[in-house]
Each structure stands twice: as structure tokens, then as C-alpha cells.
Design a protein around this ligand. Structure first.
Ligand code: FAD
Length: 389
């Protein structure tokens, strides 16, 4: 009796929102989830697949438990367009009406700013959505001869998972150190600096991985030749044995095409009390697609999902939503198969600035440790349980 919510995308954001909408409305909101993939594959820990201490199977989960447990209506399909005026989504098969729409399509990739690689190249996987590309990149590393060079490019921020590229560099270096000790990792970072856990990553780059990882900042791709795996930057020309280009990112295509990516045509502006789009009250947007000074993480995506679900229940019941949402983000990075380090932050809604601001509390590890590696495993088990059961 409290209406029909259609959720587009069953990643961390969409699936958590669907679950909590059902649970907190005591089943009074009908929820339909639309997701093309058969399985949920976790990006968190997917860098460990490249390092060799995790398999992709261990990070792949069925949607069935959550579907049954929360009586979610489910369509294995994609939304191809949104009719905002008629409050309907079009799928590859048919269409569906909603009272409220939750868009949680994650990120899309923008190749238009990579000279020489204006569209995806199969031999150069980004592996920035966990799945077949993660396996392809792992196979490339396995078949590379000792003495080879792994080159990874990092796009300008904001992109999904700010520390993710540096964690990946450590994982590949960890693999090389054990199995291919004459090999090198070169990071070509388009940013002026490492934007997350800088001091901690530098401890690894200059400590355990000294002579293996070579970090270059301000290294925009001026030209890429995919036939020879060569990249030219302002300062140098680098040839890779294995090349991993992480492309610049923007809001999921379905949000862009609906005209909802209204910040620099890249990201979606929302009201942080309800996650309603600033362009449409009935369309809520959560997860990596939104514009914010917040890190794009799974932890953030599930926190936003909970605020959004609670607000939708309030709105559908005729109550005002909580005007001052608060949440935290903890982000672990593994530097090898066992040791991890974290950064944690608390964010509060600031009504004057109309955004979430970093508040008191939080902190950062002094160094990577095995104990934090155990905490990082527990963090992953918790977020998978919270999202998928
Ligand atoms: P996704 O999880 O990408 O979900 C989007 C879903 O929408 C997908 O299932 C997709 O199929 C679906 N979809 C897209 N378009 C449509 C459409 N038109 N119709 C229907 N469905 C559609 N975060 C952490 O907190 N901790 C970590 O340790 C961490 N490590 C990471 C490591 C790597 C290597 C990477 C790449 C990311 C990592 N992240 C981590 C970030 C985290 O994975 C993302 O922030 C998170 O997945 C965002 O959730 P989302 O729901 O917005 O997007």
C-alpha cells in the first residue's frame, strides 16, 4: 500500500536499498529490481585476484538469497531509457511504471579523452568492474615473462575507489616479488598526487616494493599505441608488457541518457537528505553515479542506500525524512596477501552547505599490518552479508 519502487542496478547501492526498503517498510513497499547480470561480483578484494591470493569465484555471489528473503520482484534485464514524465522505465523487453525510481547504475567509462584508444581494446582490460576483465588481466600477468613491465594508468579524480589503483600496484608487485622478481610496475597517474592513504602507500612503494614500483604523477596520456602497448606522456614514452588503462569515469549510462548527469555532464546532483535528483523528485540516485566530495566506495554506496530507503519510506508515509543524516566510511587496502591498512571518516549533513561534510572522528593506520588484514576480511564478510542476504 505504500507504492512501487523500481531499482535500476543490483550492485552494492541498489541491492542494499531494495533490501532495506522491504525490511523497514515491513513489506509495505513493492520493490522491483532490474539487473542484467546473473551474479553479483564484488569489486572489493578483486585486486587480490590479480595478486593471486583470492579467486574470482570467492567474490561471486548468487542474488537468490536476497531475492527470496526480501520477496523482491526481479527482472533480469537492462533499462534502456526512462520516461520521466510518464514515470516509466523501458527495458529491452517491455516497460514498467514506478511511483519512485532508484537509479544505482555505478560508473561508465569515458574513452573520448584517451588519444589513440577512443574505444575499449580487448587486449587492454581496465578490470575496473570485477568479472571477466579481472581474469583476463590476471592471465596476462601469469603469462608474462620475468623481466616484463606492468603499466597502469590512473585517470583524473573523481573515479571509483580512490585508493584502488595503488592497492592494485601493490598486489601486482607482491605477485612479481614472489614469482617474477626482475619485473616492474609503473604507475602513470594523471593526478598531481596520490589522493588516498598517500603516506601509507609510499611506505610500501619505498619499502617492500622498492625497485619494483615506480610512481609517476601528473602523467596524462598524450598518445597511446595499442599495437605496441606504448604510452607517451609529457615526460616520457613507456612501453608495457602488460597494459592496464583505467579510463576516466562518469555516471552510469542510463543516468546520463536520462539527462540526470547534470554536474559537468558527468555526475548526478542529489539532495543528500533523500537522494532525490536535483532535477526530479521521484528519481533517487545512489552509489558511484552521484556527484559529491565523497569517496566512491561500496561502503558509501550501502550507507547512501540506507539513508535513501529510510527517506523514501518516510515520504511515502507522509512523514518528514531525517533532516541530519550521518554515516561513516571505512576503506581498507591490502598491500600483500595478508597485510592491510585503513582510512576511516565520519560524514554529517551540513544544512547550510547542503552537502555531507567530513566530521570529527575517523583516522588512518600508522602502518599496514596482519591484524588489519584480518579486520579487512571481516569488513568484506560484513558488507557482503549486509548487501546480499
Ligand atoms: P556497482 O556495484 O557497479 O553496481 C551497479 C549495477 O548496476 C551493476 O550490477 C550493473 O550491472 C547495473 N546496471 C548498470 N546499468 C544498468 C541498466 N541500464 N539497467 C539495469 N542495471 C544496470 N569499495 C569499498 O568500499 N571497499 C573496497 O575495498 C573497494 N575496493 C575496490 C577495488 C576495485 C578494484 C574497484 C574497481 C572498486 C572497489 N571499491 C571498493 C568500490 C566499489 O566497488 C564501488 O564503489 C561500488 O561497487 C559502487 O556501488 P554501485 O552500486 O554504485 O555500483
Amino acid at each position: 500500500p505504500l507504492g512501487h519502487v523500481v531499482v535500476v542496478g543490483a550492485g552494492f547501492a541498489g541491492l542494499a536499498a531494495a533490501r532495506y526498503l522491504r525490511e523497514w517498510s515491513a513489506g509495505n513497499i513493492k520493490v522491483t529490481v532490474i539487473e542484467p547480470n546473473l551474479q553479483f561480483i564484488s569489486c572489493p578484494q578483486s585486486n587480490l585476484v590479480l595478486g593471486g591470493s583470492r579467486t574470482l569465484d570467492e567474490l561471486s555471489f548468487s542474488y537468490d538469497v536476497s531475492r527470496k528473503q526480501h520477496q523482491l520482484q526481479w527482472l533480469q534485464d537492462s533499462v534502456t531509457s526512462i520516461d520521466l514524465a510518464a514515470k516509466q522505465v523501458r527495458l529491452t523487453r517491455g516497460s514498467l511504471a514506478y511511483d519512485r525510481l532508484i537509479l544505482a547504475p555505478g560508473v561508465d567509462f569515458d574513452y573520448s579523452h584517451i588519444p589513440g584508444m577512443s574505444s575499449p581494446v580487448a587486449a587492454i582490460p581496465h578490470a575496473w568492474k570485477a568479472g571477466s576483465q579481472t581474469l583476463r588481466l590476471r592471465r596476462q600477468l601469469e603469462s608474462m615473462a620475468d623481466g616484463g613491465v606492468f603499466v597502469m594508468t590512473v585517470p583524473k579524480a573523481p573515479y571509483r575507489c580512490p585508493p584502488g589503483p595503488y592497492e592494485r600496484a601493490c598486489q601486482v608487485a607482491h605477485y612479481f616479488k614472489q614469482h617474477k622478481p626482475r619485473s616492474k610496475v609503473i604507475i602513470l597517474d594523471a593526478n598531481a598526487d596520490i589522493t588516498s592513504k598517500k603516506g601509507l602507500f609510499l611506505q610500501s612503494f619505498e619499502g617492500d616494493y622498492k625497485g619494483i614500483i615506480d610512481y609517476h604523477n601528473n602523467s596524462d596520456i598524450l598518445q597511446l599505441d595499442s599495437a605496441s602497448n606504448t604510452i607517451k606522456t609529457d615526460f616520457e614514452t613507456v612501453q608495457a608488457t602488460v597494459l592496464n588503462v583505467i579510463p576516466p569515469q562518469l555516471a552510469g549510462k542510463v543516468a546520463q541518457e536520462a539527462g540526470l548527469a547534470n554536474v559537468d555532464k558527468h555526475w548526478c546532483e542529489v539532495d543528500f537528505v533523500t537522494y532525490a535528483s536535483s532535477l526530479n523528485d521521484c528519481v533517487h540516485i545512489i552509489g558511484d553515479s552521484i556527484s559529491a566530495g565523497l569517496p566512491k566506495s561500496a561502503h558509501m554506496a550501502t550507507s547512501q542506500a540506507k539513508i535513501c530507503a529510510a527517506a523514501i519510506i518516510d515520504l511515502q508515509t507522509g512523514r518528514p525524512p531525517n533532516p541530519l543524516p550521518v554515516f561513516a566510511n571505512t576503506c581498507y587496502s591490502f598491500v600483500d596477501d595478508k597485510q592491510a591498512m585503513h582510512v576511516a571518516n565520519v560524514y554529517r549533513y551540513d544544512p547550510a552547505k547542503k552537502t555531507m561534510v567530513s566530521a570529527e572522528g575517523g583516522g588512518v593506520s600508522s602502518k599496514a599490518s596482519v591484524q588489519e588484514g584480518d579486520y579487512a576480511q571481516a569488513w568484506a564478510q560484513n558488507i557482503w552479508a549486509d548487501t546480499l542476504t
